[in-house]
Design a protein around this ligand. Structure first.
Ligand code: ZN
Length: 118
């Protein structure tokens, strides 16, 4: 289950950021996950609970923000959103679009924290 190693990475990165921000507590972690990132949200949430146990992130929430698959159409000269990778063609002009602009993201967007006093 590669979600568990992903979750450990997210926890480590969040803890480092929380420390830098001198956060008293992390309330939630917002994670951007692209459609092509190959992550199963349910498994990741479950893994996050395990990975955060015993850390400052224990009991915090993991918010998964889904990022759609967006490709560049060289014919329409614009970014277009596609339902999946099965058909990488522009829905407007049917041109093959090989340039993926969004959809592979797996990154922490922001942290919701409680600041410590003083
Ligand atoms: Zn097009």
């Amino acid at each position: 289950m590669h979600e568990l190693s992903l979750a450990h990475g997210i926890v480590e990165q969040s803890l480092a950021t929380a420390e830098r921000l001198r956060a008293a507590r992390v309330v939630a972690v917002q994670l951007r996950v692209g459609r092509l990132a190959g992550v199963e949200a349910g498994a990741l949430l479950f893994s996050y609970d395990i990975a955060s146990q015993g850390t400052a992130l224990e009991g915090s929430r993991l918010d998964i923000i889904e990022v759609p698959l967006v490709v560049w159409c060289a014919h329409c000269l614009k970014e277009v959103e596609l339902p999946g990778i099965q058909r990488l063609r522009c829905p407007t002009c049917d041109t093959l679009c090989g340039e993926i602009r969004h959809g592979r993201e797996l990154e922490i967007a922001s942290l919701e924290i409680e600041e410590s006093d003083g």
